[in-house]
Design a binder for this molecule. Structure first.
Ligand code: NAD
Length: 276
């Protein structure tokens, strides 16, 4: 046996929702670099085109699909198209998600972390709540369902959901709808894993802590915010999409054949309870 075979994803057909930016783009890049054929599904047309073009220029087998995960018909059609092109579907990342804005409380625990404006629960609008649940929870459901529809008949497949550290603990600065959606997605992931295990399909979740991406307008690129957050993380640094490469590859490759229903936190120790 060659150890590298354990992590071999060459020729795999994969689809990544929210694949044009941040964490999803990182998943797409590591898979494509491993020889997989990858569809980036996203609703941001400009970013989708730019990133697809860049990855193709680098010699990767990557294509773009413009779709919104809240449009379940369009999502199903996108999965049908990718599966037809790839002759099946080996991996799906249910990753697309949005920031909810500040939460009810609006302060970070610890004096040195940035303070964000908060609000009262009675000012949290239906529109804001529903959009976050629709993308961050219902979109996950519809993505996993679309993937299962293709993977069940082939009796194999890998599904990876992006949850969050916020699915396991309360962060006052993170909007309540976000935490609720992520916790729901984590529970849903486990029930999907139970249902799909008999078909040789694994379903797992990656729960990142603070990763520098474009979410919420890209505030995470601010060096002052990064420094403040890093002080609260035991490893004393913030995360980047590349910090998720190894786990994404593991969860899609033969190395994780007997791993399912797991939510794996990648956060530099933040969830352990950090000291400022
Ligand atoms: N950045 C973090 O610190 C962090 C931490 C934990 C979890 N997450 C989760 O990671 C996932 C990816 O977020 P990110 O941080 O990379 O953000 P990002 O904004 O950089 O990337 C998200 C991508 O999803 C796309 N998207 C948003 N809504 C969509 C929809 N309805 N349909 C299709 N595409 C849509 C966006 O256009 C964007 O390209 C999200 O689910 C997010 O909640 C992020």
């Amino acid at each position: 046996m060659k150890i590298s075979d354990l992590f071999d994803v060459s020729g795999y057909g994969a689809i990544v929702t929210g694949g044009a930016s941040g964490i999803g783009l990182g998943y797409a890049e590591v898979l494509a670099a491993g020889g997989a054929r990858v569809t980036l599904l996203d609703l941001d047309a400009a970013r989708l085109e730019a990133e697809t073009r860049r990855l193709c220029r680098e010699g990767f087998d990557v294509r773009a699909c413009l779709a919104d995960v809240t449009d379940h018909g369009a999502l199903d059609a996108a999965f049908d198209e990718a599966a037809a092109l790839y002759g099946g579907l080996d991996a799906a990342f249910a990753n697309a998600g949005i920031d909810p804005g500040a939460g009810f409380v609006g302060a970070w625990a610890g004096s040195e972390r940035p303070r964000l404006p908060g609000g009262a629960i009675e000012n949290y609008t239906d529109e804001r709540w529903n959009r976050v649940i629709d993308v961050n929870l219902n979109g996950i459901f519809a993505t996993v369902r679309a993937a299962a529809r293709h993977m069940k008949p082939q009796r194999r497949g890998r599904i990876v959901v992006t949850t969050s550290l916020a699915s396991t603990r309360i962060e006052p600065a993170i909007g309540a709808a976000y935490m609720t959606a992520k916790a729901g997605a984590a529970q849903f992931m486990k029930t999907a894993a139970l249902e799909l295990a008999a078909y040789g399909i694994t379903v797992n979740a990656i729960a990142p802590g603070y990763i520098v991406t474009n979410i919420g307008g890209g505030h995470a690129h601010d060096p002052e915010e990064q420094a403040a957050v890093a002080r609260a993380i035991p490893m004393r640094r913030v995360g980047f999409p590349r910090d998720l490469y190894g786990l994404a590859l593991f969860l899609v490759s033969p190395a994780s054949d007997y791993v399912t229903g797991q939510e794996i936190v990648v956060d530099g120790g933040w969830g352990l309870g950090a000291a400022d």
